[in-house]
Each structure stands twice: as C-alpha cells, then as structure tokens.
Design a protein around this ligand. Structure first.
Ligand code: NDP
Ligand code: 2IT
Length: 451
C-alpha cells in the first residue's frame, strides 16, 4: 500500500481503482513536503496532512434531461468541496464521459495547492459530470446544463463555492449554467467564473491559462539561465482552451509551435501551426484535427491508431520546449525519454497532472526544466479570481490591465516556487517548491482557524 493510500484508508474503507489518480497526486505532495513536516512539528501536531487529504464534502447527484429526440437521459453530477481555509471553494467543472469521483478528488486536491500558490483568497474544489458534450446540439447542452444546475445551485454561492470551466466546459456551458442559477435564485451574482464578457465575464479569462503557462515558462527559463523561447520550436498537446491559447501566446512572443492533439490524433505542421484554422476547426466547427491537412498538405496527421507502441506521437517531435495541455497522464516515461533524446530543454504542464511520476523523474534527472501544473497552469484561476473581484465591485478591467496583472502574478508564482525550492535544499526542483509553498500557506491558515 502506498503512503497516500495508507493516509486515507482510515477515512474511506474502499480500495477503489477510481482513486488511482488521486493517490498519484497525493503521493507526490506527501514526498515533497516531508522535509517541511520534519522541520516543523506543528504540522504533525495539528494533523494537517490527515485533514488535508479528505474533502470537506462530496456532493453526488442525479442529472435527468431530455435529448432532442425527447428521450430521457440520466447522468451523474458531482461537486467535491475540498478545502476552504483560504477562501470560498473554487475550481472548474469537467464534462467528460471518463469523469468519476476519483478524478474529481485528484483535481480538487491539486486545486487547493494551486489556488494557495496564487496568493489570492480562494479555496479548492472541483466538479463535473460523466455527460459527454461531443456530438450534442446546443439545445441538448443547454438542457443538460439547466438540469445540472437545478441540483448544484443548492451548494454554491459567491462566498461559498464558485465553479468555473475545465474539459468540456467553456463559455457556452458557463452561460447556460449561469442563466439557470439566476432563474432559480432570482439573484444576479458572481457565482461562476469564465462567464462570457457580455454579462459579467472578465476579459482574458479564455486566454488566461494558456498565456499564463507561457509567462511562467519564460520566467523559469530566465531563472534557470536557459535560452528564451524566442525563435524556438515548441510542441503542444491538446486542442482546447488551454492548448490553443498557449499556441497563441507562443506565436506572439516569436516561438514556433508546431503541433497540437485531440483525442483522435496528433497534428504536426513543421512550418508552425495555422492558429486561425485551428480555432475554426476546434472552437467554431468542433471537428477533428484531420481536416487541417485538407488545406495544409505538407502538415502531417497521425491518428491514435498509428502511434508508436506505448508512446504518444506528439512527444516524439523534436522541440526546445514541450507543453502538455490535454489531460492527465498523457506524457509517460517513454515520451519523456523521446523528448530528452530529441534535445528538449523544458516541459511545462498546461493540463492538470499530464506527466506520470516516472516521466517527471526522467525529465528532472536529465536536467530539463520542469514546470508542474499546479504552478504553471494557475493563470486560469488567477483570472477567475480577478473576475470575482470585478463582479463584487461591479467594475470591468481592460484586456491590458488583466494581462499585465496575470503576467505579474505568474512571475511571482514562479519566483516563489523557485525560492522555496532553494530554501528547502532542492534548488531547481519546481515540483517540490510548488508543493511546499502551496501546502505551507493552506496549512498555516488551517492551524490559525482551529479544527
Ligand atoms: P478543453 O475541453 O477545451 O480541451 C481539451 C482538449 O484535450 C481537447 O483537445 C480534447 O480532445 C483533449 N482531450 C481531452 N481528454 C483527452 C483524452 N482523454 N485523450 C486525449 N485528448 C484528450 O479543455 P481545457 O483546454 O480547458 O483543459 C485541458 C487541460 O487543462 C485539462 O487537464 C484541464 O484540467 C486543464 N486546465 C484547464 C483550465 C482552464 O481554464 N480551462 C485551467 C487549468 C487547467 P477532444 O476534443 O478530441 O476530446
Ligand atoms: O484546473 C483549473 O485550474 C481550472 N479548471 C480553472 C479553475 C477556475 O476556477 O478558474
């Protein structure tokens, strides 16, 4: 039994396979913070770790809705309210057929430390449903979102729990969810972030996670004395909100992003990807990346069925910096070896926990820079928090204002992580730095607030 499993076995008597990703996330944090727990006995005295690994509550509910053929559909909805020591529970909603309680616990647990690292007053939570938005009409999405909110509204509020987007949940879904909340409660309040700009969203929230990951990488490369991203070939996975905006910012700073992926395959355009076309395919028409090569014949599309054994085609493309921005555990040890062999110098996690523990070990032991998700992809929740501030003050910030504050925040997170790693004798280890700095702030708040 792993340390992580042992830690929570006394609270939950199931040895549930769904929890594998949750144990993976916990295990990494437990290893990183061991020196802190040894050096300061208060964390053990107040049983902080035992208290931190168990969500405050997990809400599970039935979602019943009608599809366009007027057939009744049933899905499961969840909200994991993990920890509110630093502020209201805050974290995204994921709509994807793979969603289960274990995945949401891993995401919620990571969110506590990520939100802590931002220095902003937000706690950690996550939610979602096994609903699959793929192939559904706008009306079906609307009906599902309404049904989901019929139950969820009982548990959320601007000072209680403020959900946002994640995989399968963007501005369209947040709009429908907000509309239903408003209808049920007769209250126009900032209960969700990632709202479309036209009714209370923050400018730059769609761009925030991808842009933030690039800002973090620029700062990390500077601190570590490595060459900047300008003029360098970069590989990106995913083709959703995070990936497309990481690509956009990379292009703006003069880097050359050459790839993206979706669940069906990898696209490789050695001349640099055509972002306008990608946005049309993925954000407007919501079709496969395969269509890209219809107009760009020199680009290569590799379907999942043709990937090399146990590896992902995108990580076999030579690059200076890699940005996994799709989903958890999408970059394994073989992929890491391919990146290393091909001369990669830096890996930044835009997605949540995209690298396996073995991949991280290989990347770090070969001296590459490694930016862990909870630090590098915090830009999304940073701008979500800005959206909460704007809503509370009934004000609006300009794009430039938000961008400037985001950049500064990402630089500060990066510096804090690097300095913490140095203070604890693991200079250059951004995983340990992020886990220790994130944990310490929540833990100190938990102690101050009593049990
Ligand atoms: P989107 O739904 O916008 O895009 C997800 C992308 O990843 C799609 O291209 C999708 O392909 C691909 N993908 C999803 N699941 C899989 C899978 N199992 N295998 C292969 N490809 C897959 O989501 P986001 O861009 O918002 O989220 C991407 C990652 O970033 C997630 O890990 C999320 O938790 C994380 N994140 C998101 C934030 C945000 O603000 N949105 C903030 C911080 C982190 P397809 O369309 O074919 O399914
Ligand atoms: O993983 C994440 O940080 C998110 N999905 C965004 C959370 C938020 O509240 O904006």
């Amino acid at each position: 039994m792993s340390i992580a499993q042992d830690k929570i076995k006394k609270y939950e008597n199931s040895d549930c396979q769904q929890d594998d990703v949750f144990y993976q996330a916990m295990e990494e944090v437990i290893c990183s913070i061991a020196p802190l727990l040894e050096s300061d006995s208060k964390y053990k005295r107040y049983a902080i770790l035992d208290r931190l690994v168990v969500p405050d509550r997990t809400i599970k509910f039935k979602v019943t809705w009608l599809n366009d053929a007027n057939e009744i559909q049933v899905n499961t909805g969840y909200r994991v309210q993990f920890n509110n020591a630093l502020g209201p529970y805050k974290g995204g909603l994921r709509f994807h057929p793979t969603v289960n309680e274990g995945i949401l616990k891993f995401l919620g647990f990571e969110q506590i430390l990520k939100n802590s690292l931002t220095g902003l007053p937000v706690g950690g939570g996550k939610g979602g449903s096994d609903f699959d938005p793929k192939g559904k009409s706008d009306f079906e999405i609307m009906k599902f979102c309404s049904a989901f909110m019929t139950e969820l509204h009982k548990y959320i509020g601007p000072r209680i729990d403020v959900p946002a987007g994640d995989i399968g949940v963007g501005g369209r879904e947040i709009g429908f969810l907000f509309g239903e909340y408003k209808k049920i409660t007769s209250s126009y309040e900032g209960v969700l972030t990632g709202k479309p700009f036209v009714f209370g969203g923050s400018l730059m929230r769609p761009e925030a996670t991808g842009y933030g990951a690039v800002y973090f990488t620029q700062q990390m490369l500077e601190i570590e004395g490595k060459e900047s991203l300008e003029g360098k070939v970069c590989t990106v996975s995913g083709a959703g909100n995070v990936a497309l905006h990481a690509i956009e910012k990379l292009q703006q700073i003069g880097a050359i992003p050459v790839s993206c992926t979706d669940s069906r395959g990898t696209l490789y355009d050695s001349r640099g990807v055509d972002l306008a076309l990608l946005k049309e395919l993925k954000l407007e028409r919501r079709v496969s990346l395969e269509e890209y090569v219809l107009t760009h014949e020199s680009a290569k599309y590799i379907p999942v069925s043709e990937y090399p054994e146990h590896a992902h085609a995108v990580w076999d493309i030579p690059c200076y910096a890699a940005f996994p921005c799709a989903t958890q555990n999408e970059l394994n040890e073989i992929d890491a070896q391919n990146l290393i062999t091909n001369g990669c110098e830096s890996v930044t996690e835009g997605a949540n926990m995209p690298s396996t523990p073995e991949a991280i070990a290989a990347i770090q032991s070969h001296g590459l820079c490694f930016a862990p998700a909870k630090a590098a992809n915090a830009g999304g929740v940073v701008v979500s928090s800005f959206e909460m501030s704007q809503n509370a003050a009934m004000s609006r910030w300009t794009f430039e204002e938000v961008d400037e504050k985001l950049k500064l925040n990402m630089q500060q997170i990066c510096t804090r992580v690097a300095l913490t790693a140095k203070d604890y004798g693991v200079e250059g280890n951004y995983v340990d730095g992020a886990n220790i700095a994130g944990f310490k702030k929540v833990a100190d708040a938990m102690i101050a607030e009593g049990i």
